[in-house]
Design a protein around this ligand. Structure first.
Ligand code: GAL
Length: 364
């Protein structure tokens, strides 16, 4: 009986889905079909038809902007074997071009927009010669997943529009702009909206970011704002290329980066990191019943050896396939960013449905 059952079960599984199981990747080199380590960092994966597309930062070996050619795309039919399709959004050699070589492109995410039939890429964009000072959100679109993606616009978010949950008093308050950073008074002012109000006219800063498409088809841009101190969740219009102006601040002053949002059984979850540059820190977990808040903070979702440093990684994306969720993270190598490693670990859910991530040594 057993002999018959196993092939029957295998056939049934194959029939249900073209959906492949996500491998566990623990920071080893991850070669593509040409034998080169996959140069797609701070990225994410989408599935279209039977193909998986992995987009990420192309990185050189030096400082953030140096050697960066743009955004790469790799494809796979089984999530294990990846073929390099090269640069799908390229930096430009034209002086003054908004994507001029030497700027920084980070955390690109691509989504397919059913309303326009286009592939839409959002990324954190820094301008040449300005370090991390520009803090812009950029959007590029393409007619097919291999690009070339054309830049639509790059800038701060929602200029002139206040967050839905910014306290009304913040708008009329006279702020003391001489407050010394990191003092309790400064911290309180940040929470109350010091930087949100400072940036109201020109638009909010946008650095580390992710995208999320809800069950109702609405898309959201989630990004670190206010000098990386406060996360924002901003609704996108039906073309997925513009903000609607509806957006909120969450955990003001909480210093969250690397947001990766997912949803399970009607609950929104988000894993983020703290803010320590390329060095790892402890991941954070937050939940909400409504994407527009309120959001609640839970303890570190990582368990076991190395949990206090997210097993050396920093979140970039949660890949969902049905009820299977995978935590995708980058193990950064600031001396050779292109050689930064990938960490893919399964997400489990406890009896209360709270997600957790076991250490690589306990993950199969
Ligand atoms: C990290 C951030 C990365 C990159 C880096 C630069 O905190 O998550 O995307 O910006 O800082 O130091």
């Amino acid at each position: 009986m057993k002999r018959l059952l196993i092939p029957m079960l295998m056939a049934a599984t194959a029939a249900i889905g073209a959906s492949a199981a996500m491998p566990v990747i623990k920071g080893e080199t991850f070669p593509d079909t040409d034998g080169r380590h996959i140069n797609a960092h701070g990225g994410g994966i989408i599935k279209q038809g039977d193909t998986y597309y992995w987009y990420g930062e192309h990185r050189g070996d030096g400082s953030p902007g140096s050697g960066q050619e743009g955004v790469t795309c790799y494809t796979s039919s089984d999530l294990r074997t990846w073929t390099d399709h090269g640069i799908v959004l390229a930096v430009s050699d034209e002086p003054g071009h908004p994507l001029e070589r030497g700027g920084i492109i980070e955390r690109p995410k691509v989504i397919y927009c059913p309303a326009t039939g286009k592939y839409v890429m959002w990324f954190h964009h820094e301008l040449k010669g300005r370090g991390y000072g520009a803090a812009e959100a950029a959007v590029a679109v393409a007619d097919n997943p291999f690009g070339p993606f054309e830049l639509l616009h790059s800038g701060r978010v929602n200029p002139g529009i206040a967050h839905a949950n910014l306290p009304a008093e913040a708008l009329t308050k006279v702020w003391d702009d001489k407050l010394e950073w990191w003092t309790p008074e400064w911290h309180q002012a940040v929470e109350e909206g010091l930087f949100a109000v400072r940036d109201l006219e020109g638009g909010q800063m946008a650095r580390d970011m992710g995208l999320f498409i809800d069950d109702d088809g609405k898309a959201y841009h989630i990004y670190s704002s206010e000098e990386n101190l406060t996360l924002n969740i901003a609704e996108l219009d039906p073309t997925f290329t513009r903000h609607t102006g509806k957006y909120i601040r969450i955990f003001p002053g909480g210093h969250n980066e690397a947001p990766a949002m997912f949803k399970r059984d009607g609950t929104y979850w988000m894993i983020t990191s703290g803010c320590t540059g390329w060095a790892p820190n402890a991941a954070r977990l937050m939940r909400a019943d409504n994407i527009m808040g309120p959001w609640e903070m839970l303890p570190n979702p990582c368990r076991g050896e190395g949990a206090d440093k997210t097993f050396q990684g920093q979140s970039t994306y949660v890949y969902r396939d049905g009820d299977s969720y995978t935590f995708m993270a980058d193990i950064w190598n600031p001396k050779n960013l292109g050689d930064s490693r990938h960490l893919w670990l399964p997400i489990s859910f406890d009896a209360d449905g709270v997600p957790y991530i076991d250490s690589p040594s306990n993950s199969k």
